[in-house]
Design a protein around this ligand. Structure first.
Ligand code: GLU
Length: 314
Protein backbone atom coordinates (compact mmCIF):
# COMPACT_ATOMS: atom_id res chain seq x y z
CA UNK A 1 0.00 0.00 0.00
CA UNK A 2 1.37 3.40 -0.90
CA UNK A 3 0.66 6.09 1.67
CA UNK A 4 1.05 9.01 -0.69
CA UNK A 5 -0.73 12.13 0.50
CA UNK A 6 -3.71 13.29 -1.35
CA UNK A 7 -3.26 16.96 -0.61
CA UNK A 8 -6.57 17.99 -2.07
CA UNK A 9 -8.35 16.08 0.71
CA UNK A 10 -6.27 17.21 3.59
CA UNK A 11 -5.29 20.82 2.99
CA UNK A 12 -6.85 23.61 5.00
CA UNK A 13 -9.53 25.37 2.99
CA UNK A 14 -9.31 29.12 2.21
CA UNK A 15 -12.25 29.60 4.58
CA UNK A 16 -9.89 28.76 7.43
CA UNK A 17 -8.02 32.01 6.80
CA UNK A 18 -4.25 32.26 6.54
CA UNK A 19 -2.26 31.60 9.70
CA UNK A 20 1.49 31.50 9.45
CA UNK A 21 4.20 31.36 12.05
CA UNK A 22 7.86 31.84 12.80
CA UNK A 23 9.20 29.18 15.14
CA UNK A 24 12.80 29.87 16.15
CA UNK A 25 14.71 27.76 18.65
CA UNK A 26 16.10 30.17 21.25
CA UNK A 27 19.63 28.79 21.01
CA UNK A 28 21.12 32.20 20.23
CA UNK A 29 20.30 35.51 18.57
CA UNK A 30 19.03 35.63 14.99
CA UNK A 31 21.51 35.38 12.12
CA UNK A 32 21.04 36.19 8.44
CA UNK A 33 19.42 32.78 7.80
CA UNK A 34 16.85 33.15 10.54
CA UNK A 35 15.97 36.64 9.33
CA UNK A 36 15.28 35.21 5.86
CA UNK A 37 12.87 32.69 7.42
CA UNK A 38 11.26 35.38 9.59
CA UNK A 39 10.91 37.90 6.77
CA UNK A 40 9.71 35.32 4.20
CA UNK A 41 7.06 33.94 6.52
CA UNK A 42 5.99 37.43 7.65
CA UNK A 43 5.67 38.69 4.05
CA UNK A 44 3.74 35.62 2.96
CA UNK A 45 1.32 36.05 5.88
CA UNK A 46 0.85 39.79 5.36
CA UNK A 47 0.50 39.48 1.59
CA UNK A 48 -2.31 36.98 2.19
CA UNK A 49 -3.98 39.15 4.81
CA UNK A 50 -3.14 36.50 7.35
CA UNK A 51 -1.89 36.25 10.89
CA UNK A 52 1.72 35.60 11.84
CA UNK A 53 2.42 33.88 15.14
CA UNK A 54 5.66 33.63 17.06
CA UNK A 55 6.50 30.35 18.76
CA UNK A 56 9.66 29.70 20.74
CA UNK A 57 10.78 26.12 20.16
CA UNK A 58 12.55 25.73 23.46
CA UNK A 59 12.04 22.02 24.05
CA UNK A 60 15.65 20.97 23.72
CA UNK A 61 16.52 22.69 26.98
CA UNK A 62 20.23 21.78 26.99
CA UNK A 63 20.64 23.71 23.72
CA UNK A 64 18.60 26.78 24.69
CA UNK A 65 20.35 29.91 25.87
CA UNK A 66 18.70 31.92 28.65
CA UNK A 67 17.57 35.28 27.31
CA UNK A 68 17.84 34.29 23.62
CA UNK A 69 14.04 34.38 23.33
CA UNK A 70 14.00 38.03 24.43
CA UNK A 71 16.86 38.85 22.08
CA UNK A 72 15.01 37.29 19.13
CA UNK A 73 11.86 39.25 19.98
CA UNK A 74 13.83 42.49 20.21
CA UNK A 75 15.49 41.79 16.85
CA UNK A 76 12.12 41.06 15.21
CA UNK A 77 10.59 44.23 16.60
CA UNK A 78 13.61 46.29 15.50
CA UNK A 79 12.96 44.94 11.98
CA UNK A 80 9.27 45.86 12.18
CA UNK A 81 8.22 42.20 12.13
CA UNK A 82 5.36 42.33 14.63
CA UNK A 83 3.57 39.14 15.50
CA UNK A 84 -0.06 38.48 16.36
CA UNK A 85 -1.12 37.36 19.81
CA UNK A 86 1.02 36.07 22.63
CA UNK A 87 4.37 34.44 22.06
CA UNK A 88 4.03 30.71 22.78
CA UNK A 89 6.71 28.56 24.40
CA UNK A 90 6.91 24.85 23.68
CA UNK A 91 8.33 24.25 27.14
CA UNK A 92 4.94 25.24 28.56
CA UNK A 93 2.96 22.94 26.29
CA UNK A 94 4.27 19.53 27.35
CA UNK A 95 0.79 18.26 28.22
CA UNK A 96 -0.30 18.62 24.62
CA UNK A 97 2.64 16.56 23.37
CA UNK A 98 2.08 13.93 26.05
CA UNK A 99 -1.57 13.65 25.02
CA UNK A 100 -0.62 13.18 21.37
CA UNK A 101 1.88 10.50 22.36
CA UNK A 102 -0.75 8.73 24.42
CA UNK A 103 -3.11 8.85 21.49
CA UNK A 104 -0.50 7.24 19.29
CA UNK A 105 0.02 4.66 22.02
CA UNK A 106 -3.69 3.89 22.08
CA UNK A 107 -3.53 3.50 18.32
CA UNK A 108 -0.63 1.05 18.88
CA UNK A 109 1.64 3.09 16.68
CA UNK A 110 4.61 3.63 19.00
CA UNK A 111 7.08 1.45 20.85
CA UNK A 112 9.82 1.94 23.44
CA UNK A 113 13.41 1.78 22.29
CA UNK A 114 16.56 1.54 24.35
CA UNK A 115 19.10 1.62 21.50
CA UNK A 116 22.01 4.02 21.90
CA UNK A 117 23.44 5.76 18.84
CA UNK A 118 26.35 3.32 19.04
CA UNK A 119 24.07 0.27 19.05
CA UNK A 120 22.27 1.62 16.00
CA UNK A 121 25.57 2.34 14.22
CA UNK A 122 26.83 -1.19 15.03
CA UNK A 123 23.65 -2.84 13.76
CA UNK A 124 23.81 -0.83 10.57
CA UNK A 125 27.53 -1.59 10.14
CA UNK A 126 26.78 -5.33 10.45
CA UNK A 127 24.36 -4.87 7.59
CA UNK A 128 27.07 -3.09 5.61
CA UNK A 129 25.47 0.34 5.95
CA UNK A 130 27.76 3.24 6.80
CA UNK A 131 26.03 6.54 7.58
CA UNK A 132 28.06 9.61 6.61
CA UNK A 133 28.81 11.97 9.50
CA UNK A 134 26.16 14.67 9.95
CA UNK A 135 23.56 12.39 8.48
CA UNK A 136 20.89 10.75 10.55
CA UNK A 137 21.02 6.99 10.76
CA UNK A 138 18.07 5.07 9.37
CA UNK A 139 16.73 3.17 12.39
CA UNK A 140 17.09 -0.56 11.69
CA UNK A 141 13.99 -1.52 13.70
CA UNK A 142 15.90 -3.34 16.44
CA UNK A 143 13.34 -2.68 19.21
CA UNK A 144 10.24 -3.01 17.06
CA UNK A 145 8.13 -5.64 18.86
CA UNK A 146 6.24 -8.32 16.99
CA UNK A 147 3.07 -6.86 18.33
CA UNK A 148 2.58 -3.24 19.30
CA UNK A 149 0.59 -3.83 22.40
CA UNK A 150 1.70 -1.46 25.12
CA UNK A 151 -0.96 -0.25 27.47
CA UNK A 152 -0.93 3.15 29.19
CA UNK A 153 0.48 1.68 32.39
CA UNK A 154 3.49 0.19 30.69
CA UNK A 155 3.87 3.45 28.84
CA UNK A 156 4.31 5.52 31.99
CA UNK A 157 6.56 2.91 33.53
CA UNK A 158 9.26 3.29 30.94
CA UNK A 159 10.70 6.70 31.76
CA UNK A 160 14.22 5.87 30.61
CA UNK A 161 13.43 4.68 27.11
CA UNK A 162 12.90 6.60 23.92
CA UNK A 163 9.61 6.14 22.06
CA UNK A 164 9.54 5.63 18.32
CA UNK A 165 6.75 5.63 15.82
CA UNK A 166 6.20 2.36 13.99
CA UNK A 167 6.00 3.23 10.31
CA UNK A 168 3.76 1.14 8.10
CA UNK A 169 5.46 -0.64 5.19
CA UNK A 170 5.77 1.39 1.98
CA UNK A 171 5.39 4.66 3.83
CA UNK A 172 6.05 6.91 0.89
CA UNK A 173 5.00 10.53 1.38
CA UNK A 174 4.45 12.89 -1.53
CA UNK A 175 3.50 16.56 -1.31
CA UNK A 176 3.77 19.79 -3.25
CA UNK A 177 6.03 22.48 -1.82
CA UNK A 178 4.79 25.92 -2.85
CA UNK A 179 8.34 27.00 -3.76
CA UNK A 180 10.06 23.77 -4.77
CA UNK A 181 7.25 21.81 -6.39
CA UNK A 182 6.66 18.09 -6.10
CA UNK A 183 8.55 16.38 -3.28
CA UNK A 184 8.59 12.85 -2.01
CA UNK A 185 10.34 10.77 0.59
CA UNK A 186 10.34 7.08 1.34
CA UNK A 187 10.27 7.17 5.12
CA UNK A 188 11.11 3.48 5.56
CA UNK A 189 14.34 3.57 3.59
CA UNK A 190 15.38 7.18 4.20
CA UNK A 191 14.44 7.73 7.85
CA UNK A 192 13.14 4.60 9.62
CA UNK A 193 10.98 4.60 12.73
CA UNK A 194 11.77 7.98 14.25
CA UNK A 195 11.83 9.15 17.85
CA UNK A 196 8.91 11.08 19.33
CA UNK A 197 10.08 11.17 22.91
CA UNK A 198 13.74 10.89 23.81
CA UNK A 199 15.18 8.72 26.56
CA UNK A 200 15.78 11.88 28.62
CA UNK A 201 11.97 12.40 28.42
CA UNK A 202 12.19 15.37 26.07
CA UNK A 203 9.60 15.42 23.31
CA UNK A 204 11.18 15.71 19.91
CA UNK A 205 10.83 18.54 17.43
CA UNK A 206 8.90 16.28 15.01
CA UNK A 207 6.10 15.60 17.47
CA UNK A 208 5.93 19.05 19.04
CA UNK A 209 5.91 20.96 15.74
CA UNK A 210 3.05 18.87 14.38
CA UNK A 211 0.98 19.20 17.54
CA UNK A 212 1.60 22.96 17.76
CA UNK A 213 0.97 23.72 14.10
CA UNK A 214 -2.35 21.93 14.37
CA UNK A 215 -3.31 23.27 17.78
CA UNK A 216 -2.51 26.82 16.59
CA UNK A 217 -4.45 26.25 13.34
CA UNK A 218 -1.44 27.06 11.18
CA UNK A 219 -2.40 26.90 7.50
CA UNK A 220 0.95 27.88 5.92
CA UNK A 221 4.42 26.88 7.01
CA UNK A 222 7.12 29.04 5.47
CA UNK A 223 10.62 28.14 6.69
CA UNK A 224 14.18 27.44 5.62
CA UNK A 225 15.08 24.67 3.22
CA UNK A 226 17.15 23.00 5.93
CA UNK A 227 13.84 21.75 7.33
CA UNK A 228 12.60 20.31 4.03
CA UNK A 229 13.72 16.76 4.87
CA UNK A 230 11.58 16.84 8.05
CA UNK A 231 8.38 17.58 6.18
CA UNK A 232 7.47 14.03 5.14
CA UNK A 233 7.83 12.87 8.76
CA UNK A 234 5.57 15.67 9.87
CA UNK A 235 2.96 14.90 7.21
CA UNK A 236 2.97 11.24 8.25
CA UNK A 237 2.38 12.24 11.88
CA UNK A 238 -0.44 14.56 10.80
CA UNK A 239 -2.04 11.70 8.92
CA UNK A 240 -1.91 9.20 11.75
CA UNK A 241 -3.12 11.75 14.29
CA UNK A 242 -5.96 12.77 11.95
CA UNK A 243 -4.74 16.36 11.56
CA UNK A 244 -4.91 18.59 8.47
CA UNK A 245 -1.72 19.06 6.48
CA UNK A 246 -0.81 22.74 6.08
CA UNK A 247 0.75 24.22 2.95
CA UNK A 248 4.55 24.20 2.94
CA UNK A 249 6.94 26.68 1.35
CA UNK A 250 10.66 26.23 1.90
CA UNK A 251 12.94 29.21 1.45
CA UNK A 252 16.51 29.22 0.06
CA UNK A 253 19.19 28.80 2.70
CA UNK A 254 21.82 31.37 3.46
CA UNK A 255 25.24 29.71 3.25
CA UNK A 256 28.54 30.84 4.74
CA UNK A 257 31.77 31.26 2.77
CA UNK A 258 32.41 27.48 3.05
CA UNK A 259 29.03 26.67 1.56
CA UNK A 260 27.72 25.53 4.97
CA UNK A 261 24.31 26.53 6.29
CA UNK A 262 24.42 29.30 8.87
CA UNK A 263 23.55 28.07 12.29
CA UNK A 264 23.85 29.17 15.85
CA UNK A 265 25.98 26.07 16.51
CA UNK A 266 28.56 27.26 13.98
CA UNK A 267 28.44 30.65 15.69
CA UNK A 268 26.97 32.45 12.69
CA UNK A 269 27.21 36.20 13.18
CA UNK A 270 24.09 37.69 14.62
CA UNK A 271 22.22 40.31 12.64
CA UNK A 272 22.75 43.94 13.64
CA UNK A 273 19.55 45.68 14.57
CA UNK A 274 20.72 48.28 17.08
CA UNK A 275 19.22 51.14 15.04
CA UNK A 276 16.98 51.68 12.03
CA UNK A 277 19.88 51.99 9.57
CA UNK A 278 21.35 48.63 10.55
CA UNK A 279 17.95 46.92 10.69
CA UNK A 280 17.11 48.18 7.19
CA UNK A 281 20.44 46.91 5.86
CA UNK A 282 19.74 43.46 7.30
CA UNK A 283 16.20 43.47 5.89
CA UNK A 284 17.51 44.48 2.46
CA UNK A 285 20.02 41.63 2.46
CA UNK A 286 17.29 39.16 3.47
CA UNK A 287 14.91 40.50 0.79
CA UNK A 288 17.64 40.24 -1.81
CA UNK A 289 18.22 36.63 -0.80
CA UNK A 290 14.50 36.00 -1.23
CA UNK A 291 14.75 37.39 -4.76
CA UNK A 292 12.69 40.53 -4.14
CA UNK A 293 13.44 43.14 -6.77
CA UNK A 294 13.10 46.92 -7.08
CA UNK A 295 12.58 47.73 -3.43
CA UNK A 296 13.15 51.35 -2.34
CA UNK A 297 16.80 51.97 -1.46
CA UNK A 298 16.41 55.39 0.12
CA UNK A 299 17.95 55.97 3.55
CA UNK A 300 14.99 58.13 4.56
CA UNK A 301 12.31 55.50 4.29
CA UNK A 302 10.81 54.09 7.50
CA UNK A 303 10.95 50.38 8.16
CA UNK A 304 7.16 50.20 8.00
CA UNK A 305 7.19 51.84 4.53
CA UNK A 306 9.94 49.54 3.33
CA UNK A 307 8.03 46.48 4.60
CA UNK A 308 4.92 47.67 2.78
CA UNK A 309 6.87 47.83 -0.49
CA UNK A 310 8.35 44.42 0.23
CA UNK A 311 4.88 43.00 0.88
CA UNK A 312 3.69 44.36 -2.48
CA UNK A 313 6.73 42.86 -4.20
CA UNK A 314 6.34 39.42 -2.54
N1 GLU B 1 12.65 25.58 15.49
C1 GLU B 1 13.12 25.26 14.18
C2 GLU B 1 14.43 25.99 13.91
O1 GLU B 1 14.70 27.00 14.55
C3 GLU B 1 12.16 25.67 13.10
C4 GLU B 1 10.98 24.82 13.07
C5 GLU B 1 10.01 25.03 11.93
O2 GLU B 1 9.92 26.15 11.38
O3 GLU B 1 9.32 24.07 11.62
O4 GLU B 1 15.17 25.55 13.06
Amino acid sequence: MILAVSLSQNLPSPADGYRGRFAPSPTGPMHAGSLVAALGSWLDARKNGGQWLLRMEDLDTPRCIPGADQLIQAQLLACGLHWDGEVTYQSKRQDLYQRALERLNTLKLIYPCSCSRQTIANTLAKRGIETPRNQEMVYPGTCLPDQLRMNPLEFSETPKTAWRIALPPNCHIGYTDLALGQQSQDLNTEVGDFVLRRSDSLFTYQLAVVVDDTEQSITHIVRGEDLLSNTARQIHLQQVLGYCTPHYRHLPLVLDEHGEKLSKQTLATQIHTQDKKHALTELRKAANHLGLKDLPDSENITIAEWLLSATRAW
